[in-house]
Design a protein around this ligand. Structure first.
Ligand SMILES: Cc1cc2nc3c(=O)[nH]c(=O)nc-3n(C[C@H](O)[C@H](O)[C@H](O)COP(=O)(O)O)c2cc1C
Length: 222
C-alpha cells in the first residue's frame, strides 16, 4: 500500500515539474526577441510597466517586447520616435512608402490630399519581422490634413494588433491628433489604446522631458 502511495506522489510531482518546464520554455522563446533593421540599444534595468501584458515580458530584456512604428516626412515624428526608443529600449520600424512623396512641400500637400480622397493604401517597403512577439506598439505619425497619413491605414490593415497596447504619438502644426485616435480604435478594436502624446512641430525637436512624463503617465516608463 505504501509503495502505491509513493508511486502516486512521484507521478504528481513529475506532472507538476513537466508543467513548470513548459511554461519556462515559452517565456524563453519570447525573450529571444525579434530583430528589426533599426534595433535600438536596450537598458539592463527592469521594467516598471503597468501594462497588463507585462506578465509575459521577459525580465532579462526590458523593451524587448515593444516596438516603435512611425512615419515621418520631415523628421519631427522621427525625433520623437528615437527618444521613445532610447528611453524604453524598444525596437523601431519606419514606415516608408514604396513610392516616395515629393520633396516639395506644396506638392506633398496635394499628394496627401489626393491619397485621402482616394482612401488609398500606399504600399509599405519591407515588413516587420516577428510582429506577433511585440506586446506594446508605439505608433507615431504627423497630422496630415486632420488625419493620419494614409500609410498608417496601410499598416493597420496589414497587421493585426489584437491583444497589444498601442501608445500613439503625433507631431503637428497645432491640430494634435484630430480624429486619429478614434480611427485607430475603429481599425484595431481588439487593442488597448493608451493616452496619446501630442507635440507641436517645434516641441517635437526636443521631446525628452515630454516623452519621459508621457511614459510615466501611461505606465510604460522603464
Ligand atoms: C501634407 C501635410 C498636411 C498637414 N496637415 C496638417 C494639419 O492638418 N494640421 C496640422 O496641425 N499640421 C499639419 N501639417 C504639419 C505637420 O503635421 C507637421 O509639420 C509635423 O511636425 C510634420 O512631422 P514630420 O516631420 O514627422 O513629417 C501637415 C503637413 C503636411 C506635409
Amino acid at each position: 500500500m505504501k509503495k502505491f502511495f509513493a508511486m502516486i506522489l512521484s507521478c504528481a510531482l513529475f506532472v507538476t515539474l513537466a508543467a513548470c518546464g513548459s511554461t519556462n520554455s515559452t517565456s524563453s522563446e519570447e525573450s529571444t526577441g525579434p530583430q528589426t533593421s533599426e534595433q535600438s540599444s536596450q537598458s539592463s534595468e527592469d521594467s516598471s510597466t503597468a501594462y497588463s501584458a507585462s506578465e509575459s515580458k521577459p525580465e532579462s530584456e526590458p523593451g524587448a517586447n515593444a516596438l516603435v512604428i512611425y512615419f515621418s516626412r520631415s523628421g519631427n515624428t522621427e525625433t520623437i520616435a528615437g527618444e521613445i526608443a532610447s528611453q524604453t529600449g524598444a525596437d523601431t520600424f519606419k514606415l516608408e512608402p514604396a513610392t516616395a512623396y515629393s520633396t516639395d512641400y506644396n506638392t506633398v500637400l496635394d499628394e496627401a490630399q489626393a491619397e485621402q480622397r482616394a482612401d488609398a493604401r500606399p504600399e509599405i517597403v519591407g515588413s516587420i519581422e516577428n510582429f506577433d512577439s511585440y506586446d506594446v506598439i508605439y505608433l507615431g505619425f504627423p497630422n496630415w490634413w486632420g488625419d493620419m497619413p494614409m500609410i498608417l491605414y496601410s499598416f493597420l490593415d496589414d497587421y493585426d494588433l489584437s491583444g497589444k497596447a498601442i501608445a500613439p504619438f503625433v507631431s503637428s502644426g497645432g491640430s494634435g491628433f484630430s480624429g486619429a485616435l478614434s480611427a485607430i480604435a475603429s481599425a484595431e478594436p481588439g487593442a488597448t489604446i493608451t493616452d496619446g502624446l501630442s507635440l507641436s512641430s517645434s516641441a517635437s525637436q526636443n521631446p525628452g522631458s515630454a516623452v519621459t512624463d508621457w511614459l510615466a503617465d501611461i505606465g510604460l516608463a522603464e
